[in-house]
Design a protein around this ligand. Sequence first.
Ligand SMILES: NC(=O)c1ccc[n+]([C@@H]2O[C@H](COP(=O)([O-])OP(=O)(O)OC[C@H]3O[C@@H](n4cnc5c(N)ncnc54)[C@H](O)[C@@H]3O)[C@@H](O)[C@H]2O)c1
Length: 462
Amino acid sequence: MNDRLRLTVLGTGRLGITHAACMASLGFDVLGVDTDARKVGQLNAGHLPIYEPGLRDLLRAGLDSGRLTFTTSYPQAAAFGDVHFICAGTPAQPGSDHADLSQVHGCVAALAPLLDRPCLVAGKSTVPVGTARRLAAELAGACEGVELAWNPEFLREGSAIADTLAPDRIVAGVTSRRAEGILRQVYAGPIAGGTPFFATGLETAELAKVAANAFLATKISFINAMAEVCEAAGGNVRVLSEILGADPRIGSGFLRPGLGFGGGCLPKDIRAFMARAADLEAGEALGFLREVDAINLRRRARAANLASELAGGDLAGVPICVLGAAFKPGSDDVRDSPALDVAQILYGMGARVTVYDPAALANARRACPELGYAATMAKAAQDAYVVLLLTEWPEFAGLRPGDLASMVARRNIVDGRNVLDPALWRAAGWNYGALGMAMTPPPASRSAVRRSTTGRGHGGSG
Ligand SMILES: NC(=O)c1ccc[n+]([C@@H]2O[C@H](COP(=O)([O-])OP(=O)(O)OC[C@H]3O[C@@H](n4cnc5c(N)ncnc54)[C@H](O)[C@@H]3O)[C@@H](O)[C@H]2O)c1
């Protein structure tokens, strides 16, 4: 194997494009491989098919340097690569919670028969525990010196480049010192920058990813469960979240009450984790994740009901403005987006829904053609009876009551992400509703908010 490793990236979706461009920026020669010829053509022409901050420039820099190219050819990939990173998708199987591993198996099936020299195949896709061991067996007959490792990816859409170049941790599931050494060589830059490197067995590496996702989902649903109780009891969940987050054993991250989690990873990953645990007869251990999922989905229905309450109880024919379609800010990904889900629930309740999002309009239109879309926030808000803020893009989080007042027909707002200042909006004559807060907060919780001076989390007013 060369001193200067040559890398392939099998599957150039959201993970694969980022990994390929970042590795090229670190000085590696990288070949991205995808079965989608159109995507490969776009990427070779410098067109990024997704929105991810900074990624288009990094892609173009890689192409210009000559270190980054894309192909559909597996023979070319087999001849090129010392390390082959599997970055193919692992969506849910239709009608099941189990992960569909056909893309990952497709990569190995296409590559294995073509390998004729030692190399490392390193999986980055999120897979059910036990997958890597099966793939290692499939590769065992390939060629002397071909090995499998599992190197799960923790990047977050919206900060994918920074998360790749300076990750919190690198996990290398390996079965030999040689495989560990190769991955240490690939990640020499981040390791030198202080990123901890964990060498583990294959199973622990696979579990590291799904366990992290399960924990994060649990934390989000925990605070949203508290939001439900606050709504019933007249508590203020924003203040509660600040108080909880001040305890260093708990921490304030992922403790923002609101519409909950979505996207192409967390929901399908926790469901696939439960399904795999059941296969292993350890389903009971993850029973709590079913509740985590249910709490999360309940928030979507609650947001729609809040809009209906503000509109007077009947949404038939009522114009509604939805701000946000992406599952989170900084991304155009609408896979299992809470915002779009709420928009669809409102549409199902008879509302005339108009959606605006700064990056995800095209994807949203493809996914939900029945909804209305506007090219600007002002157009979406025109004549609306209720405005719902459902994705916390900075331009939405920074909204002031006056920005929309002259456009809407009625001053009703649902703050689905708990990012606006309720006192400000109420003082400007808006009916303000948020998940986890009573419509009119009782005096006790108002004074509790006034005492909050930390400025962390949500600004602490209400
Ligand atoms: N998107 C994220 O932020 C993120 C973060 C961490 C981990 N992950 C995990 O990474 C994996 C990929 O996620 P994604 O969001 O990039 O998916 P994606 O659907 O955007 O991309 C998958 C790509 O693989 C290609 N592909 C399918 N079969 C192939 C084959 N046999 N050979 C070559 N290419 C093939 C598809 O054409 C597509 O371009 C998933 O397991 C996901 O859970 C994703």
